[in-house]
Design a protein. Structure first.
Length: 382
């Protein structure tokens, strides 16, 4: 077995792995880091976030990657439309790929597939085992992760070319004025240029099955209904993301599993929105500045993830309310009510930073669904 050439090997060059590599390289330039990623770094993604999701002190990590930004955003529900002031930003995965390749020497980006890891070694699919000072496993979430009780947020997004212009000047993060099939359905629109528009058809659903062809047809119908004459589809992405209703952290990440995890593999995502960018930034900053980059990293990363799990308790309760307290066609009423709340509260919710007072405010008053079912959903456990 060759002697350790690296101080840290990061397994997986997705969002979390890419940001971890950038943050550690910037904070501890003397360390030898390797990133193992068999495909393109970042894959094929547009990652969006609210400015308020990321602490001002951490913004330097993501700001150079941001390709699009807007001063505000909007929501549409059957009962009302609302414009909100929260600034919105989008990163294209190609920007993460370029930044990581500029930060790490090319021989430290290993286009290989890892098959096993210990706290201080990685084994590849050709049988080679490499020793290292520390390992971070950010290979994404397993398909059916043990210990998680989930519903699903599933979607297809397409980049549409609208030569005559779409006339949207800010993102619509939820347009729920569409047929409510297969759970809570909304369309998400990102105007990336006057003629380029990213449109995503999204469902909060009980099942992970995704009929991409049907969703593509619904995007086309939505565009037609808005009066957008589409000349081309230049990009497509799809996702089936877990909406976390409950579970058991010790089953998800047993205490005797000492390999450090990060990203969605460590459960570092928002339980209700499934978005992970804010947590990926916070984790990368912690890793670079505070984590022990040696064989103790696994225990420290598990403690970090467990704290995140505890903080997510209220958001898991809201996920149960959304998916369990209302019949599918009525689920939109929960978000319709939520978006009437004050903007700073909404911003803290998305950032995963709701205060105790926010929680009381969110739950106060009569729910827009059956009281008995709302109470049963709040109490439900699995
Ligand atoms: C289409 C889509 C759009 C999304 N949009 C947003 C958004 O706008 N905002 C937001 O906050 N979140 C978004 N999310 C949710 C979440 O942020 C992403 O899923 C995010 O990419 C998760 O990052 P990650 O690095 O933890 O995992 P992943 O991005 O899944 O990265 C895992 C990486 O590990 C690599 N890998 C897997 N197996 C191996 C192996 N054996 N050896 C080596 N490498 C391996 C994979 O190739 C991959 O690159 C989106 C998700 C999807 C699917």
């Amino acid at each position: 077995m060759p002697a350790a050439r690296h101080d840290l090997i990061i397994l997986g060059g997705g969002l979390a792995g890419g940001l971890a590599a950038l943050a550690v390289k910037a904070a501890r330039p003397g360390l030898e880091i390797a990133l193992v990623e068999p495909g393109a770094i970042g894959g094929n993604h547009l990652w969006s976030f609210f400015e308020s999701d990321v602490a001002a002190a951490d913004m330097a990590l993501v700001e150079p990657l941001v390709g699009h930004r807007w001063a505000g955003h909007a929501v549409r529900f059957p009962a009302y439309r609302r414009s909100l002031g929260g600034s919105y930003r989008t990163i294209e995965s190609e920007a993460l790929d370029r930044a990581v390749r500029a930060a790490l020497p090319s021989d430290r980006i290993l286009a290989r597939r890892a098959t096993a890891a210990s706290p201080v070694s990685v084994t590849f699919d050709d049988g080679e085992t490499m020793l290292t000072g520390a390992v971070l496993d950010v290979r994404g979430l397993a398909e059916a992760p043990a210990g998680l009780w989930c519903g699903w947020q599933k979607f297809v997004g397409q980049m549409l070319t609208v030569p005559a212009g779409h006339r949207l000047d800010c993102p619509i993060v939820m347009d729920a004025c569409v047929d409510q099939t297969d759970g809570y359905r909304f369309v998400y629109c990102l105007p990336l240029s006057p003629t380029d528009l990213f449109v995503e058809d999204t469902y909060y659903s009980d099942s992970p099955e995704l009929d991409a062809t049907q969703l593509e047809r619904r995007i086309a119908s939505y565009a037609q209904a808005q009066g957008w004459a589409v000349s081309a589809v230049t990009r497509q992405e799809s996702g089936v993301l877990p909406v976390l209703m409950g579970g058991d952290f010790d089953t998800f990440w047993p205490a005797n599993d000492r390999v450090a995890r990060g990203g969605v593999r460590a459960g570092l995502f928002h339980p209700l929105t499934s978005f992970s960018l804010p947590d990926a930034v916070r984790f990368a900053t912690w890793l670079a500045k505070d984590a022990p980059l040696d064989e103790r990293l696994g225990v420290a990363a598990r403690d970090y993830a467990q704290q995140h799990w505890r903080r997510g308790r209220f958001d898991r309760l809201l996920a149960r309310m959304l998916l369990r307290a209302a019949d599918r066609p009525q689920r939109f009423r929960i978000l319709e009510r939520f978006y009437r709340l004050p903007e700073p509260l909404i911003a803290r919710f998305y950032a995963g930073r709701s205060t105790f007072a926010d929680r009381l405010r969110i739950l106060a008053g009569r729910p827009p669904v059956s009281l008995a079912r709302a109470f049963a959903a709040m109490m439900e456990k699995k």
